[in-house]
Ligand binder design. Structure first.
Ligand code: PEP
Ligand code: MN
Length: 365
């Protein structure tokens, strides 16, 4: 069901009217000098919204938990000296009061907080009657309803300028990402609240610098509105999330590499896509014909196995088929996962066919 919320485009703010929206700055505010250096570097390359964590939600209590309210005047200086909008994370009533007192322009609700309806409700109640844009990170767990719920709580408190941040989801299994992107979840969020702007946080998805461009590009290809990315003047020396931060100069290189595609299909393009889709339909037709041929041959082999009283499953043959197809797939740029799933399904269908010939039900779908 579509959730009908009269969310106002956050792009009302001239600073974020262009696409992609880029919010950048250090994971944490560490010192006045670090904050101002970072902001000036970013501002000089055209970044208009500065981020810096003042209160940091850390997994273990002995880690750096942010400079706290001491850092708020530094953000004020950023605003005065660069004209950038400033943003920070709030997780409780005190944070909200302090951030508002020091004129922070945009606040965001972190992933651990948006997973907690009590905390979100408390923040929403505190914001009643305040006109400030609020960014809502996805909850740490992959639950789109919880994400929507947090947005609804703020909206009910009268906050109309809301934007969602997709920062990936924590997983128990070891993963190549720090937080798995599960793109289908923000896609579902956009389907459910069509007018809600969504940006991606490649820094917290990746946890390192290697795939920042890839994840940012994917966000833009999925028609998201922008990115929020961590940038530090001296990333390796950062007091938190050192592995994933990049300098302003590297951020510029990354942004220059992002390819921005058109958001909608124009008439001419729709025609080209129509032709390409017709090609896809033709190829799918051929694939089905090939499956039919393959099953006919599997049937013949089944007849032979029946005559000879040979078992259907020949593990060695199946192993060599799979390994050989994986190799072939790799040469053609097809992932191991895809080839494995496709050939398992084909193999199962062949088994089902041969079981029918032998008059037994394989019991498998
Ligand atoms: C952050 O943006 O610095 C942060 C703590 O992020 P998250 O809430 O996504 O973990
Ligand atoms: Mn961080």
């Amino acid at each position: 069901m579509i959730v009908d919320l009269d969310i106002q485009p956050i792009s009302d703010l001239p600073e974020i009217s262009e696409r992609p929206i880029v919010i950048a700055g250090p994971c944490s505010a560490e010192s006045e000098e670090q904050v101002l250096t970072s902001a000036k570097n970013l501002s000089s390359m055209g970044i208009k919204i500065f981020r810096a964590g003042i209160w940091k939600p850390r997994t273990r209590p002995n880690a750096f938990e942010g400079v706290g309210s001491t850092g708020l005047p530094w953000l004020k200086r950023v605003k005065e000296e660069t004209g950038m909008l400033t943003s920070t994370e709030v997780a409780n009533v005190k944070h909200v009061y302090e951030a508002l007192k020091y004129g922070v322009d945009i606040i965001w609700i972190g992933a651990r907080t948006s997973a907690n309806p009590f905390a979100v409700q408390e923040i929403a109640d505190t914001l009643q009657g305040v006109d400030i844009p609020v960014l809502v990170k996805n909850p740490v767990n992959p639950d789109v309803e919880l994400w929507i719920g947090a947005i609804e709580r703020l909206h009910r408190a009268g906050i109309k300028r809301i934007m969602a941040i997709h920062r990936g989801f924590s997983v128990f299994a070891k993963s190549e990402y720090r937080n798995h992107p599960h793109w289908q979840i923000p896609i579902e969020l956009k389907r459910r609240i069509p007018n809600l702007p969504v940006i991606t946080d490649p820094s917290h998805i990746c946890g390192n610098r290697v795939r920042l461009l890839e994840v940012s590009q994917e966000a833009m290809d999925l028609n998201f509105d922008g990115i929020i990315i961590e940038s530090h003047p001296d990333p390796d020396k950062a007091w938190s999330d050192a592995k994933q931060q990049i300098t302003a100069a590297d951020l510029k290189i990354l942004l220059d590499k992002i390819v921005l595609r058109k958001r909608d299909l124009e008439n001419g393009l729709a025609l080209t896509i129509g032709e390409l889709r017709a090609e896809i339909d033709k190829l799918d037709d051929q694939i089905i014909d090939i499956f039919e041929n393959r099953m006919q041959i599997a049937d013949q082999i089944g007849e032979y196995k029946k005559e000879q009283g040979v078992a259907i499953l020949q593990s060695k043959r199946w192993d060599s088929i799979l390994n050989n197809r994986l190799e072939m797939g790799l040469e053609k740029g097809l992932s191991n996962d895809f080839i494995t799933r496709v050939f398992r399904a084909i193999h199962q269908e062949s088994i089902n066919h041969q079981a029918k010939i032998m008059n037994i039900d394989s019991g498998m779908e």
